[in-house]
Design a protein. Structure first.
Length: 407
């Protein structure tokens, strides 16, 4: 039996019984966690569906593997991008953020080329993993990152740099240069904020919240030093909430942050206030939306109280094109390459979320519950075992064996 390509029908993904799913093996420790994850997924699918459903894996090549196949300098082949568009769903293992000319970072270049303008980072406490908070305060938070400023221009301090000299003239003309403490050696980072991208990320977050039956969205963007920008972004938020989703959403300013039971609460927050009061108000957060510059810091803060990024995954998406890339948050680790020692939990959870997206909830829930049962028994990969009292360390193969036993 050959695999069938996932298609878009009536505006949503149609998943055949034998779908072709693309994967990126990753590098270094990513290769090991991919082997563990693929084995668990394949066995689980076979056990749950008894051969009636099966995944046909289609490998995509990037970085060193791509250059070995297509030649030096071809670290992101056109075929890889074409296959992502064609297959719609990708399970991507950890890759290193190393420089591959002519591309600075292949993972970011994929986001840019395919306009994956939103990243979803689910963060919750995993059974068996310690937390700094009491159980009553354990969060279940989803962070949405808007990816536009991944490619924000950075103008370095170089007298021979024409762009640098032009920018200095503009800053001087607008009386801004004199407000900079040391303009002679300063470098400049331009952070774009657009109406189009802001509205897109808010729409995605609202649609996600409704589908997942979430209660509120906190949009963290305000700065006490930039009232003009605050007002612009607030106006864009009001446009989306009041005119595009009036029947299902309500602004915090319109209800005193006390919404009717049938409305999704949308509230804005100052960045400083969020970081100052988050730990004492963890339970009031459900979905958090911010730009890339802030969202990574917000996600890191949330992750710090649920065991860190070691177990966290993210989904880079373009819902209009129906493209979804599931991957661990942390990059691969060269020191664990080939040792079967790396922690596969993040990629396994990413695979579970991918299967749920496909409508294969039975196998997704079975893998998740089986893995959580193993972790609760304090049998876990090295990275988790060294931070857990009384834990038994398992390598990737042993961890997969334990999960499979519980399926």
């Amino acid at each position: 039996m050959n695999g069938e390509t996932i298609q878009i029908r009536n505006g949503s993904l149609w998943i055949p019984e034998n779908p072709v799913i693309s994967f990126i093996e990753g590098d270094y420790s990513g290769v090991d966690i991919w082997a563990t994850t693929r084995r668990v997924v394949d066995v689980a699918v076979e056990k749950i569906y008894s051969g009636q459903r099966v995944i046909f894996w289609n490998e995509l090549y990037i970085q060193d593997k791509a250059e070995a196949m297509y030649g030096a300098g071809c670290c992101l082949p056109k075929k890889t991008l074409t296959d992502i568009k064609k297959t719609h769903i990708v399970l991507k293992s950890s890759v290193s953020p190393t420089h591959h000319k002519p591309v600075k970072c292949v993972s970011q270049e994929i986001i840019h080329r395919l306009d994956l303008y939103a990243t979803i980072i689910p963060l919750r406490l995993i059974p068996g993993i310690g937390s700094i908070l009491p159980s009553a305060m354990h969060p279940d938070i989803v962070v949405f990152r808007e990816n536009q400023d991944f490619f924000a221009p950075r103008i370095t301090m170089n007298p021979a740099n024409v762009s640098y000299q032009k920018l200095k003239k503009i800053l001087k003309r607008e009386n801004i240069l004199k407000k900079i403490a040391d303009p002679r050696t300063s470098e400049y980072f331009i952070l774009p904020v657009s109406e189009l991208q802001t509205k897109k990320i808010i729409r995605v977050a609202i649609n996600y919240a409704m589908a997942e039956k979430r209660n509120s969205i906190a949009i963290v963007h305000k700065s006490r030093n930039n009232k003009k920008m605050n007002d612009k972004v607030s106006a864009w938020i009001r446009d989306v909430v009041r005119y595009e989703f009036p029947d299902i959403t309500i602004l915090g300013e319109d209800c005193g942050n006390n919404p009717p039971s049938d409305k999704l609460l949308i509230r804005e927050e100052y960045t400083k206030d969020f970081f100052e009061f988050f730990l004492s108000n963890v339970r009031k957060y459900d979905i958090i939306v911010s730009n890339n510059y802030l969202a990574d810091s917000i996600a890191a803060l949330v992750a710090s109280i649920v065991g860190g990024f070691n177990n966290s995954f993210q989904i880079n998406i373009n819902p209009e094109r129906e493209i979804y890339i599931y991957e661990p948050v942390k990059p691969s680790q060269p020191k664990y390459a080939g040792l079967d020692k790396a922690n596969p939990v993040s990629l396994l959870f990413a695979a579970c979320e991918m299967l749920r997206k496909m409508g294969w909830s039975e196998v997704s829930e079975k893998i998740c519950s089986s893995m959580e049962s193993v972790l609760l028994s304090r049998r876990m990969p090295y990275e988790l075992a060294i931070r857990t009292n009384g834990a038994t360390e398992l390598n990737g193969t042993e961890f997969a064996n334990e999960i499979i036993k519980n399926l």
